[in-house]
Design a protein around this ligand. Structure first.
Ligand SMILES: CC(C)(COP(=O)(O)OP(=O)(O)OC[C@H]1O[C@@H](n2cnc3c(N)ncnc32)[C@H](O)[C@@H]1OP(=O)(O)O)[C@@H](O)C(=O)NCCC(=O)NCCS
Length: 276
């Protein structure tokens, strides 16, 4: 076993790091077997990243990024497995990623992880049926589409596929397919809104400090309606619908009052903004 910092590297076992940027100690790569490849873009940036190739023939790919977006992760790449992370991916805290037993985890461009996120294509330990002796918890691939937002504490498990532009609510556990441009919540995550788009500018730190409609943000290319006709939010009873409508009117009225009071107060410059 050998652990090396991010720099061009190759050894007699066929392990290599394909990278043309400056040496970085904040990225540490461990090779245990043979013929593993880490392909890291010269403009990749990670505040902290460890990649552990557990055995042989693993692949880890990381795309470009900017130092303005923080990204930190712990990735496990097992036998014949692959972890691919696209361009412009960010995280507020550590993301734990695991792929072993020949499966892949693919994370699209511009994905935004919050804190406490895990992406696990395998369960770490086997579970068997006691009668047949067969394995029941097979490792399965994961695909997270471009511009997906995983809120605080979200866990994505093997077999999950999340469509472009979707949001998974805090604490959600994604186990199956989630379509594009939806909000899905809960465990297992289910669609509660469709035909939505989200944007990166922070609500508290980036002006304008009230963003009541889309004129307040620059639109990304992910403004699409949800393609899956079966992705329907649960039907609400008449009373629940009325309660939500009253709540919405009340929140808007309150925001208008607060906005009126807040005019003219000093603001934090955008450059000092730290995303949370
Ligand atoms: C995903 C999220 C943004 C959705 O917000 P929203 O679209 O305003 O959702 P609503 O509050 O209208 O909720 C819609 C329904 O989903 C439920 N719901 C919302 N968030 C939920 C969650 N995290 N888990 C379970 N249910 C949730 C609501 O109770 C509501 O159900 P109901 O219709 O039966 O009453 C929000 O739920 C969330 O997770 N916020 C945290 C974001 C975060 O972690 N930020 C950290 C910085 S990246």
């Amino acid at each position: 076993m050998i652990t090396v910092p991010l720099a061009p590297y190759s050894d007699d076992a066929g392990n290599r790091i394909e990278y043309e940027g400056p040496t970085s100690d904040s990225v540490q790569i461990t090779f245990r077997g043979s013929n593993n490849v880490a392909r890291i873009d010269a403009r990749a940036h990670a505040s902290k990243l460890t990649v552990d190739f557990n055995s042989s023939n693993g692949t880890f790919v990381l795309g470009t990024n900017t130092s303005k977006l923080s990204f930190s992760a712990v990735a496990r790449v097992g036998e014949n497995a692959a972890v691919t992370i696209g361009n412009g991916v960010s995280s507020t805290g550590w993301v734990t990623i695991s792929a072993v037993e020949g499966v892949s985890v693919t994370i699209g461009d511009d994905v935004m992880f919050a804190s406490g996120n895990q992406v696990r294509a395998d369960d770490g330990h086997p579970i068997f049926d006691v009668r047949s002796g067969k394995r029941v918890n097979h490792s399965r691939w994961i695909r997270i589409g471009a511009h997906v937002w995983l809120a605080f504490g979200v866990i994505v498990l093997g077999g999950a596929e999340i469509g472009e532009g979707s949001v998974i609510g805090a604490g959600g556990v994604v186990t199956r397919r989630v379509p594009n441009n939806v909000v899905a919540v809960g465990s297992p995550a289910r669609v509660v809104r469709r035909d939505v788009a989200w944007e990166r500018p922070h609500l508290g730190l980036v002006e304008p400090f009230y963003k009541p409609d889309s004129s307040t943000v620059k639109k990304s290319p992910y403004w699409r309606t949800t393609v899956d006709p079966d992705a329907r939010p649960p039907r609400r009873s008449g009373v629940a619908r009325l309660r939500r409508r009253v709540g919405r009117v009340w929140r808007r009225a309150r925001a208008a009052v607060v906005r009126g009071r807040g005019r003219g107060r000093s603001v934090v410059p955008v450059e000092q903004a730290q995303e949370v």
